[in-house]
Design a protein around this ligand. Structure first.
Ligand code: TMP
Length: 215
């Protein structure tokens, strides 16, 4: 069943753990599922990711950043996501266009309407059927991310090292977007247990699948 489900959240919110759990669960149920991520998801996108996240690239301007994230997304949508949806597969993506709105729009203060135009150009207007947002307090999120980096299970990237105020604006942006489109967003408390969050995600995806079956 062709559905695009994305996971969003501040750094350290547990997205990657949850997307893996959802992926395994859907596969066990017999769905054809493609798991991907942004920036990245294609060989070209992964090269763009390396440039974007290199901690030495402190000179990168916000305008450059938005174009690089969007370039990665354009390649990802065209090469991977749309073909998978056309084959009738479900696509789970760790971050998508809402990250651009939150980080480059709310975080850097770039014009949201301009970002929307660039995003429509990059995606051809493809939007997620469901956006799962794991909410977490910024300090707690960054602490978790640093712990994961120190234990070798996550990268510490150029975006992570931005000021706390930047991450606070990002979080506010996510919460604002979710409140504007509540039917598309599932907002969950990222401090709940892994099992609890997983169950809530599974319940919502089940509803989405049931709704689609009726169409
Ligand atoms: P992650 O893969 O560890 O979640 O890191 C991705 C980082 O890139 C994260 O800090 C959010 C940032 N990002 C943007 O700023 N804009 C975007 O459009 C995307 C996809 C990610």
């Amino acid at each position: 069943m062709s559905l695009l489900i994305t996971l969003e959240g501040p750094d350290g919110s547990g997205k990657s753990t949850q997307i893996q759990l959802l992926y395994r669960c859907l596969e066990e149920q017999g769905h054809s599922v493609l798991l991907s991520r942004e920036p990245g998801g294609t060989p070209i996108g992964e090269q763009i990711r390396a440039v974007l996240h290199d901690v030495r690239n402190t000179a990168m301007l916000p305008n450059t950043e938005i174009l690089l994230y969007s370039a990665s997304r354009a390649q990802h949508v065209g090469q991977v996501i749309r073909p998978a949806l056309e084959r009738g597969e479900m696509v789970l993506c760790d971050r998508y266009a809402e990250s651009t709105m939150a980080y480059q729009g709310w975080g850097h203060g770039l014009d949201i309407e301009l970002l929307r135009t660039i995003t429509v150009f990059a995606t051809g207007g493809l939007r997620p059927d469901l956006i799962i947002y794991l909410d977490i307090n910024v300090v707690e999120g960054l602490r978790r991310k640093l712990d994961a980096f120190e234990s070798g299970t996550a990268e510490w990237n150029r975006m992570d090292q931005k000021a706390q105020a930047f991450h606070e604006r990002v979080r506010r942006g996510y919460l604002m977007m979710a409140s504007q489109e509540p039917e598309k967003w599932l907002v969950l408390d990222g401090t709940r247990s892994i099992a609890d969050i997983h169950q809530k995600i599974v319940d919502r995806v089940r509803l989405l699948l049931a709704g689609n079956r009726r169409d």
